[in-house]
Write a protein that binds this ligand. Structure first.
Ligand SMILES: [Fe+2]
Length: 225
């Protein structure tokens, strides 16, 4: 998008300074309005999965800190069908927004859950093999860690500008973005975008203080006729 920034003094024709924004990093979000009932179902399904596969696997999570990561096939589990459908409804809008090939659709290709008890977090990572990735917040107690996205233009971090003090920086100039998890929120981000999760600082013990999410990968697949 080209934006006019100013008319430059010093020339009788008043030259226009314009700005173009190339190579943007897009993050989509939606807060589901009917999350309460759906989250009850999903949470029960996650705990069922947890008891069946109590060891889980280690990816960005820290098993040593008590964090549990499920297998990555939850989208094939009927208990997660409602959520998978909601993800794909939103993904279809993203596909339209970006004018993707309409003969293909964005489908969930892997899905997993992570529960982080107090004190646990997630390492910075990306999701190889996917086009879009996302997260859905199922349970988020007060103090649950924020997700943090890191500026993918690492060369840009080498020589940063200094900014006017006590002034909110324009989002175009942020080098990291933190998003507060709230139950029912869904985020979509490019799979190549590095992200991590701050430690869960919720007080207490037991399930109420766990930060519980479902994460997923999305790819373009031929649309069924
Ligand atoms: Fe992730």
């Amino acid at each position: 998008m080209v934006k006019k920034i100013a008319n430059l003094p010093g020339n009788e024709n008043s030259d226009e300074l314009k700005r173009s924004a190339y190579f943007p990093t897009l993050v989509y979000s939606v807060q589901l309005q009917d999350a309460v009932s759906m989250n009850k179902e999903i949470l029960a399904a996650i705990y069922e999965e947890h008891s069946r596969d109590s060891d889980g696997i280690e990816r960005s999570n820290f098993k040593s800190l008590g964090s549990w990561h499920s297998q990555n096939n939850l989208h094939k589990n009927p208990n997660f069908q409602r959520l998978t459908d909601r993800i794909e409804i939103a993904a279809a809008e993203i596909s339209k927004d970006l004018v993707y090939d309409p003969s293909k659709e964005l489908k969930v290709t892997t899905m997993w859950s992570i529960s982080n008890p107090p004190g646990s977090s997630n390492r910075a990572h990306i999701h190889p093999g996917a086009l879009w990735s996302g997260v859905y917040y199922v349970h988020s107690p007060e103090g649950a860690g924020k997700i943090e996205f890191t500026d993918p233009r690492t060369v840009h971090l080498m020589n940063g500008a200094s900014f006017k003090r006590k002034t909110q920086r324009k989002s175009e100039c942020w080098t990291k973005v933190k998003v507060q998890p709230t139950a029912g929120k869904m985020l979509f981000f490019p799979s190549w975008l590095y992200h991590s999760v701050e430690p869960n600082l919720a007080e207490g013990t037991g399930r109420e203080s766990d930060r519980v999410i479902v994460s997923f990968n999305i790819n373009q697949v031929p649309r069924k006729k």
